[in-house]
Design a protein around this ligand. Structure first.
Ligand code: ATP
Length: 369
């Protein structure tokens, strides 16, 4: 587990951050520009020193002001990927990669060159110099160099920020593979909701130097008190689902999640594979009785547990599906007309489901049902 509780005054900015994150998966520090995200990972890396507090990684103390421990940067075994790749321009890709590896004694090497170049798809680039690479290729090499230094944790400070949409789309699957195939905790800084929804296991929402909320993406995506911090006008529930069946005759796939099932157009994924989906609040219609003879495939039964503040003419309604939650955006007029209030049983009709991955098979990114 990563355990961070630090305070630091920098100029007029006051950082006071505390969170814990599991050592598996990606912890995303998410918040607006200037909220203190980079300051947190600089402190974890040992590039800046907190005034007080502690930073522990799997029980090992990296910093503890009370015990006067401040492990120097080079001894922290932290991999750092910056916004700009910061490769050594005079070295080939291969030499950049080997730079970190050579500094680690043979016996301590768990991550070898070949699997890393394969994982990141950079085999064909090994002889090239950094200035001949695209931005996305450079970032993949920078990730490889950080990994080969055998880090206990990988810190990534907006590694996609300098890339255009096409380069981002190219590198995201590689970061997903790092998350899923390597057993190294990743702390990822981002101010893009799309990125964190796609990549994060744990989300730490940062604002004005403080932690506003910590939890899984699914938990925080349906929190009505966060004023749409994740997604804004496109707020919606994130559900972690599993592929439970295919019906090739009707060209449909069934996805199961805690509290229900969704039917989506046939996906080229194996049974049991996990799939994160997003259902935007504005794509959910509420009914008090199950309507008949309608085109919508997905109708989920649940109970209203919370109503958000009215924003303009509409309000977000949180529905407990029995293990998972959904948001529906309805008009204030509908709230009054249908008597929607806490405790009321409803049927949620889902108009479309968005996937954050592109699949083999016929599915697109956003699927209307
Ligand atoms: N060394 C420093 N001295 C004084 N102020 C600093 C220093 N480093 C950062 N700050 C200030 O601390 C605040 C937080 O900066 P930080 O870079 O951590 O934010 P961020 O959330 O990572 O922002 P961005 O997304 O723009 O990178 C900012 O107001 C910044 O100006």
């Amino acid at each position: 587990m990563l355990d961070v509780a630090i305070k630091r005054r920098q100029g007029s900015f006051d950082l006071d951050i505390a969170f814990q994150a599991p050592s598996q998966g990606v912890t995303a520090l998410f918040g607006p520009s200037g909220s203190g995200k980079s300051s947190v990972i600089n402190a974890i890396a040992g590039l800046s020193r907190p005034d007080t507090g502690h930073i522990l990684l799997d029980g090992a103390v990296l910093f503890d002001s009370a015990r006067r421990i401040d492990v120097p940067v080079e001894k922290r075994r932290v991999g750092y990927v910056f916004q700009d790749s910061r490769l050594f321009p005079h070295m080939s890709v291969l030499d950049n990669l080997l730079y970190g590896l050579r500094r680690v004694p043979q016996g301590e090497r768990r991550i070898e060159l070949e699997p890393v170049t394969k994982l990141l798809g950079i085999d064909p680039l090994l002889k090239r110099r950094p200035h001949t690479l695209s931005g996305g290729e450079r970032q993949r090499v920078a990730v490889g160099r950080a990994l080969l230094a055998q880090p206990r944790i990988l810190l990534m400070d907006e590694p996609l920020a300098s890339l255009d949409a096409a380069r981002k789309a190219e590198i995201l699957p590689y970061i997903e593979r790092l998350r899923d195939e390597l057993n190294i905790p990743i702390v990822f800084v981002s101010h893009s909701a799309d990125e964190v929804v796609r990549l994060a296991t744990t989300l730490v929402l940062v604002a004005d130097g403080r932690v506003r909320a910590t939890g899984t993406v699914a938990e925080l995506s349906v929190r009505l008190d966060l004023d749409g911090a994740i997604g804004g006008p496109e707020a919606g529930a994130v559900l972690d689902t599993t592929v439970i069946g295919h019906d090739p005759a009707s060209r449909l796939t069934a996805l199961g999640f805690d509290g229900g099932e969704l039917t989506v157009p046939l996906l080229g994924l194996g049974i049991g594979q996990s799939l994160r989906v997003r259902i935007q609040a504005r794509d959910v219609i509420l009914a008090l009785e199950p309507p008949s003879r309608i085109s919508v495939h997905n109708m989920l039964e649940g109970r209203i547990i919370e109503l958000g503040e009215a924003t303009g003419p509409s309000r977000d309604v949180k529905i407990d599906l029995g293990g998972s939650f959904l948001l529906a955006r309805v008009t204030q007029h509908s709230v009054e007309r249908l008597g929607l209030s806490v405790g009321v049983q409803v049927f949620a009709l889902v108009k479309s489901v968005a996937f954050d991955r592109v699949f083999p098979g016929p599915a697109g990114k956003q699927i209307a049902l």
